[in-house]
Design a protein around this ligand. Structure first.
Ligand SMILES: [Zn+2]
Length: 103
């Protein structure tokens, strides 16, 4: 029983990611000139162009996807990003995890 529910939720997450990906596009929005990162619906991150106002790790993956889609409807500027660019930018903006945890 739980296995089927888990599978349905996994399918739903994939569906939500596909919708998000179709909206944001397949190019890394952070440094599209210098970045060779090819994005796919299975492999992209969401970049908040004006900074993210909530803790993305505080909610589960499904809730996070619904929230991104709601932000898009509300006009929050989001871009698809590759992991290296997004990670580098977040680290430059917020510091490394060690630095954040020490703060
Ligand atoms: Zn990139």
């Amino acid at each position: 029983m739980p296995r089927i529910r888990n599978r349905a939720r996994s399918r739903n997450r994939r569906r939500l990611r596909a919708v998000l990906f179709a909206t944001l596009g397949s190019r890394c929005g952070i440094r599209s000139d210098a970045c060779a990162g090819e994005l796919t619906a299975d492999k992209f991150e969401v970049h908040h162009e004006d900074g993210c106002t909530w803790d993305q790790r505080s909610v589960n993956a499904e809730t996070r996807l619904y929230r991104y889609l709601r932000e898009l409807r509300q006009g929050v500027r989001l871009a698809a990003a590759c992991r290296p660019c997004n990670g580098a930018l977040n680290q430059a903006t917020y510091g490394t995890r060690e630095e954040r945890e020490a703060a």
